[in-house]
Every structure is written in C-alpha cells, then in structure tokens.
Design a protein around this ligand. Structure first.
Ligand SMILES: NC(=O)c1ccc[n+]([C@@H]2O[C@H](COP(=O)([O-])OP(=O)(O)OC[C@H]3O[C@@H](n4cnc5c(N)ncnc54)[C@H](OP(=O)(O)O)[C@@H]3O)[C@@H](O)[C@H]2O)c1
Length: 423
C-alpha cells in the first residue's frame, strides 16, 4: 500500500491527490480555457498547481513566464480566498535567456521576485530547483532558499530532475550547515518511464520522508491511449513527444491499461494515474489537461482504486525486462572524471525511432527539453542512467557507452553523438 505523505513536514502545506500541471496555461490552453480549467480543478479539490518560470519558453515567440502569468491573472480574479485554498508550486533554474539561469544565489533572488510578480502572490508554497546545477555549491543554493523561507516568500523547497547522489549530497549539506532541506522531489516517472525513479532515488526519498510528485505522468498523453499509430500523431502538439512510445513495450502497456480500464469502466489514462497514486513513495502525480473533458478524467482518476490483480496486470506489462536489467547494470557504472566535470548526456527517444545521445562538456547546465530522457552526471563522477526500449541494438549501445566511459576516465574532451535508426 502506498503510504507516501502529502503533507510537507511542519510547513502546513498539504498537496492535493493529483497536482494540476501548468505548462499548458498560455500554451495549449488559452487564457479563457485555462481559467475554466483552474475553476473546475479548484471546485473538485485539485488545489495544487505546478508551474515553472520557464513555461512555455520552448514555444516560438514566448519568453517564459506565460504559465505563471495566466495563473497569476486567475488568482487575482478569484481573490484571496482562492489563493488561500491553492498550493502554488513553481521552479527556478532553467535557461530564461537574458533573465539568466541556474541555482546561484543572485539568480534565485532575481527569479523569485519575477515569479512572485507574475503569480501575483506574496508566497510560493513549494519552490523547486528545476534541475541540478553543477556550477553552484549546494550550500549557496540552500542558503538563498533559507533567506526566502525566513522572509515568508517560500514555504517549502523541492528538487526536480536530481539524481540520487545529488539529492543525497543536498540533504547532507542541509544537515551539516543547518540549512533548509528539500522536502519534495519531482522526478520524471510514469507507467512506461520507470527507470528514473524506481531504485535508488525512490529509496532515498522514502527513507528521508520526501513528498514525491511525478511529472509526465501520462507520458505526454500516450498513456491515455490516444496515440496508437503514426497517423494518430498528426496534428497533435505533443505527438512528437509520444512517437517514441509506439513500440512493442508501449503497445503491451496500452493493452494492460485497456484491460484494467475495462474492468472499471474507466479510461486508460485514469488507470495510469491511479497506478501512480498507488505506487510506493509517490505522493501525487502531476498531470495537465487542455480541455474540461480531460480534466474530468484526471478528477475521476483520484477516485479510482485498483485491485491487487489490476496492479499485477500493470506490473507485468511494464516491469523492467531482462534487457533493461542489463541496462540498469550500466546505470550503476560510476567513474571518476577529470575536474571540473560538467557533463550532459541525454538519450532522446522521442524523435521518431531514433535514439540520440549527445554529450556537451561546455554548457554546465542540464537542459531538459521536454520529452527527452535525461542522463546526468554527479559532481566529479559520471553516472549513466539509461531509459530505453529493449532491442537488439542495445548490445551495441552498451559498447558505445562503455567506450565513452573510458574516454571520460582519461579526461578526454570531445563531442560525441550516436544515433540509431530502428528497423
Ligand atoms: N519538472 C520538470 O522538469 C517537468 C517537465 C515536464 C512537465 N512537468 C510538469 O508536469 C506537468 C505534466 O506534464 P505534461 O502536461 O507535459 O504531460 P502529461 O501530464 O504526461 O500529459 C498531459 C497531456 O495529455 C493530454 N491529456 C490529458 N488528459 C487526457 C485525456 N483524458 N485524454 C486524452 N489526452 C489527455 C493533454 O494533451 P493534449 O493537449 O495533447 O490533448 C495533456 O496536456 C506539466 O504541466 C508540468 O507542470 C515538469
């Protein structure tokens, strides 16, 4: 049984059973639709909203801040009673262009004021480090958050896209220097993308009592069952992100979702969310909706209780296969790199059937283009964390990764790219 708490320590912040994803506001949901979605969510008790300063900067013509702005307009329109009922989670750290990026004290101080202004509020309920920043000592980041908490501008802090080692180090620094602890974790996790959380990260979050809110809970819509062939992707904003799931493992998982959904008279996406809510260590999934009908599905999901047999069906379809265990063995490889180690490795599985791993030594920031799987490195070490669909080419992939590890161990600097075109 899932016993993860939705109450964040003694902060007084309690999360809703499902967190409403905010990247759609001002992007795939216009202002009027966003207001309608937010009204209905509040009415149904989905009072926790997740956004980020950077949403939706990836859209041509957008600067970032579009989502926070819409949420702020809605909060202002609905008044302080609505604000008091809502928990606002936002994030700092991604590249905001001229407005900066990263987790330095200076950037956090500037970014929080900009977020508060856009959100038209005096406090953020959970403020996330959007992605680990290897260029800034964790003590500096936590000290910046400490000042914000003391000033009443932030109630709790969270970490998103952190590897287990990075989170462990942050918690240790907090204890050693009497700084605030990350109390919420936001990993990429859903029925089909499990490697990023199942394992050391989940164990750590559970042992340390962190609340966990999962993002991409519907795998960009794939787990709703609406993308079952290439032709279903046409015309969809998120179609490209879901393309990589159109493979045997994806179809096996959809079949399991269909079977469980039929038992409950529910939709596949509702089952995928209910599975997350039942997962050990998960406090609440984050999911977005762009239409009211979709939001009703999210609401229904919070009332759906899966039986042991349902869980078994879903586990059988989605549990790591023997090949994935082999990949997991790679993921435990740790090698020492030349200092300073700034490593970004990404395994992209959403551009058609093409896998791309690229390595960028110079940028010093982990960017997470939406829909990409993240491989990341800790300070001075390189941890491979791979997610992928088992296939024959994985042997070759392992070889490439091993070769890369050796070159890194020798301290070589180079650009490396490998692509695979599925048959
Ligand atoms: N921390 C991070 O780095 C990070 C990264 C990404 C996202 N997030 C957070 O997680 C949230 C959720 O991620 P996401 O919105 O990108 O992905 P998601 O929750 O996996 O997918 C949501 C999308 O699926 C579709 N959908 C929802 N209900 C549906 C239904 N009943 N039937 C058919 N389609 C349905 C909608 O897209 P259509 O418009 O295509 O129908 C919706 O926008 C974001 O809003 C954001 O707050 C965090």
């Amino acid at each position: 049984m899932n016993t993860a708490s939705r109450t964040i320590g003694d902060t007084g912040v309690t999360l809703a059973p499902l967190v409403l994803g905010g990247n759609v506001f001002g992007w795939t949901a216009d202002r009027a639709t966003s207001f309608a979605l937010l009204d209905r969510a509040l009415d149904a008790g989905l009072t926790t909203l997740d956004t980020a300063d950077v949403y939706s900067r990836w859209v041509p013509g957008h600067q970032g801040g579009e989502s926070e702005t819409v949420i702020g307009q809605w909060l202002a329109a609905r008044g302080s009673a609505a604000r008091d009922r809502v928990q606002v989670m936002t994030k700092v750290g991604m590249d905001m262009g001229a407005a900066g990026q990263g987790l330095s004290s200076v950037h956090i101080q500037r970014a929080v004021e900009a977020s508060l202004e856009r959100l038209r509020t005096d406090r953020i309920d959970v403020y996330f480090s959007h992605v680990f920043d290897e260029a800034v000592p964790q003590a500096e980041t936590l000290a910046a958050y400490d000042r914000l908490i003391r000033a009443g501008k932030v109630r709790a802090i969270g970490a998103s896209n952190f590897a287990a080692g990075q989170l462990r180090a942050a918690l240790d620094v907090a204890t050693a220097q009497d700084l605030p602890r990350y109390q919420v974790l936001q990993p990429h996790y859903n029925l089909i993308d499990r490697a990023g959380f199942d394992g050391p990260l989940r164990d750590l979050a559970q042992a340390e009592g962190l609340a966990v809110v999962t993002y991409f809970s519907l795998a960009s819509g794939f787990l709703t069952g609406k993308y079952r062939s290439e032709s279903d992707l046409a015309g969809s904003t998120r179609g490209d992100w879901a393309r990589g799931y159109l493979n045997p493992r994806g179809f096996t998982i959809l079949a399991a979702l269909d079977a469980v959904a039929a038992r409950h008279g529910a939709q596949p996406g509702e089952v995928a969310l209910a599975w997350l809510m039942a997962r050990p260590g998960v406090s609440a999934p984050i999911a977005s909706a762009t239409r009211l009908e979709q939001l009703e599905g999210l609401i229904r999901a919070t009332r759906l209780h899966l039986s042991d047999e349902d869980i078994r069906t879903l586990e059988q379809a989605s549990a790591p296969t023997p090949t994935e265990h082999r990949i997991a063995m790679i993921s435990s490889t740790t090698i020492t790199t030349a200092e300073p180690a700034r490593i970004i490795l990404r395994l992209c599985k959403h551009w058609g059937h093409r896998y791309t791993v690229d390595y960028d030594e110079t940028r010093g920031r982990i960017e997470l283009p939406l829909g990409l799987c993240l491989l990341t490195a800790g300070e001075g070490t390189l941890d491979f964390r791979l997610e992928g669909t088992p296939d024959a080419d994985m042997d070759k992939f392992e070889q490439v990764v091993a070769d890369h590890a050796q070159r890194m161990a020798r301290g070589e600097t180079y650009t490396w790219q490998w692509t695979r075109q599925a048959g």
